[in-house]
Design a binder for this molecule. Structure first.
Ligand code: NOJ
Ligand code: MG
Length: 530
């Protein structure tokens, strides 16, 4: 690959703005709060900041229900604050990626208000309105990901509308060219302001089967799973026509230099990589969530890495994601010791890494008492552990009240361990997760082999995952023990010699490795090959 851009080589960091930093004491994070913490992010070494939505919204789905795509919600600040943040990000040589939510709007969006006002309204066809099934009831069996039918009856106009998520989030009709044109215009609005790219919400949902065929039952559905998985969404997601839509979005970005198009897509690898486009003319980075969804063991992850590397189309750039605002935090999923292994994986596998705010501190999910639940997913489908509040709690800045996040009452409880686990304390402790992340990101940023070199996995037995990154003469060996017990790494090349440069166990640093060496439980290392 010639000509690598910032989003190929850099690290992306997701800020969930409600929970990052509150500058005005209302208990909810805001744009000026993010701006106040840019030094921290710069020092961490990340390149791109992805901001979850900050547009006006009734906040039924905490900003993923937008009522005005061209403005800023007063809770987060003003357009001036946004421009100032963007300027400050750029002044630091960093980039800002915003969230684009094109699949659905808020029910409070003026487009939807018009659309539902009458069947004759010119905006009627901007959403998915259908007559009841011939025998009555919803047009088909499609479900909402947040519980219940995906169809909502509108008494006044005698039709149903479709919503992939909450009934307060009606899906737009992407078959309508006017919808496409409007969304393209919104993209240009933000690109003209200077944003460096978009993370497109639920990209694989954008268009649905025109004939509204029923989804088939899912034979793998088991009680305890979200009821959404009772059916296989064969006709309500990942339709062939989605690729034209994404390609048209990409064309808009290609009119500007160095902008990135990222797609949120939960699909098996084979379908996922189709979102790069046949000629790399769709998403630059279809988010790869395998480190979130796979069982945490060397065999599963090793096989998945090989499969992913093998499936990537010619010229496509890989990427890996460790966490986000919808999934349990890595330190809770795999434990705090394996969370360091996860950091090593994320930052040394081939491709752009995306990390979630607070994971660099080893933040864990916070138990939310029933009276404090905010997430509509939890409220609609209680008891299955589907709620996303635990991973959305305030960033832990220091040992002061509310971990320094707010002077008011935080919108979600602050994790109880904040006096020990916070950015301030960890910055002064060489053995902390934060210092580990910083050193790792620095090493990655400084070594072309690590951020853009080739990748080759080495055969090993046991619980270790071992691979080599190479660029020209520079070669790095990464050895990770995904198990909690000691393991021996035996590699094929007897001439192998390497020096450990960075390790989860700092006493290993400086050690010489040969083709046979031991890893302690949850030990990982990055070594320079000679
Ligand atoms: C995906 C977002 O990440 C999630 O937070 C949201 O609830 C749904 N899309 C619906 O917009
Ligand atoms: Mg605030």
């Amino acid at each position: 690959m010639g000509n690598l851009l910032w989003w190929h080589t850099g690290v992306i960091y997701q800020v969930y703005p409600r929970s990052f930093m509150d500058s005005d004491g209302d208990g909810v994070g805001d744009l000026n709060g993010v701006r106040q913490r840019l030094d921290y992010l710069q020092d961490l070494g990340v390149t791109g900041i992805w901001l979850s939505p900050v547009n006006p919204s009734p906040m039924v789905d905490f900003g993923y229900d937008i009522s005005d795509y061209r403005a800023i919600h007063p809770l987060f600040g003003t357009m001036k604050d946004f421009d100032r943040l963007l300027k400050e990000v750029h002044r630091r040589g960093m980039k800002l990626i915003t969230d684009l939510v094109p699949n659905h709007t808020s029910e409070a969006h003026p487009w939807f208000l018009e659309s539902r006002s009458s069947r004759a309204n010119p905006k009627r066809d901007w959403y998915l309105w259908y007559d009841p099934a011939p025998g009555g009831g919803p047009p088909n069996n499609w479900l909402s990901a947040f519980g219940g039918s995906g169809w909502e009856w509108d008494e006044a106009t005698g039709q149903y509308y479709f919503h992939s998520y909450l009934k307060e989030q009606p899906d737009l009709n992407w078959r309508n060219p006017a919808v496409q044109e409007e969304m393209h215009d919104i993209m240009r609005f933000w690109l003209d302001r200077g944003v460096d790219g978009f993370r497109v919400d639920v990209m694989w949902h954008l268009i649905k089967d025109e004939r509204l065929r029923d989804n088939p039952p899912n034979p793998d559905y088991k009680p305890g799973m979200s009821p959404y998985f009772r059916y296989r969404p064969n006709y309500s997601v990942d339709q062939p026509e989605v690729h034209g839509i994404v390609a048209a979005m990409r064309k808009i970005l290609d009119g500007y230099p160095e902008r990135v198009l990222i797609g949120e897509i939960y699909l098996p690898v084979k379908s996922l990589v189709s979102y790069y486009g046949r000629n790399n003319d769709e998403a630059h980075l279809p988010f790869n969530f395998q480190l979130i969804t796979l069982p945490w063991d060397a065999a599963s992850i090793g096989a998945a890495v090989d499969q992913y590397e093998g499936a990537l189309p010619e010229g496509a750039w890989p990427n890996w994601v460790l966490g986000n605002h919808d999934r349990s935090r890595i330190a809770s999923r795999v434990g705090i010791r394996q969370a360091k292994i996860a950091a090593l994986l994320l930052l040394t596998l081939r491709g752009t890494p995306t990390l979630y705010y607070g994971d660099e501190l080893g933040m864990t999910d916070v138990v939310i008492p029933p009276s404090k639940v905010q997430d509509p997913h939890e409220k609609n489908i209680p008891g299955l552990g589907l709620g996303r509040d635990p991973e959305r709690t305030p960033m832990l800045w220091n040992a002061e009240k509310n971990a320094g996040f707010t002077t008011g009452t935080p919108w979600l409880p602050v994790g109880r361990t904040y006096r020990r686990i916070n950015a301030g304390v960890q910055a002064t402790d060489d053995t902390s997760m934060l210092c580990f992340y910083k050193r790792l990101i620095r090493l990655r940023n400084a070594q072309p082999a690590l951020h853009s070199g080739s990748f080759r996995r080495l055969d090993t037995e046991g619980t270790a995952l071992v691979y080599v990154r190479r660029q020209g003469n520079a070669r790095w060996l990464i050895a990770l023990n995904l198990g909690t017990r000691r393991t021996t790494v035996r590699l094929a090349d007897p001439a192998l010699r390497a020096t450990v440069v960075l390790g989860t166990h700092s006493d290993a640093e400086g050690k010489q490795l040969t083709h046979r060496f031991r890893l302690r439980g949850s030990e990982g290392m990055v070594a320079r090959l000679h």
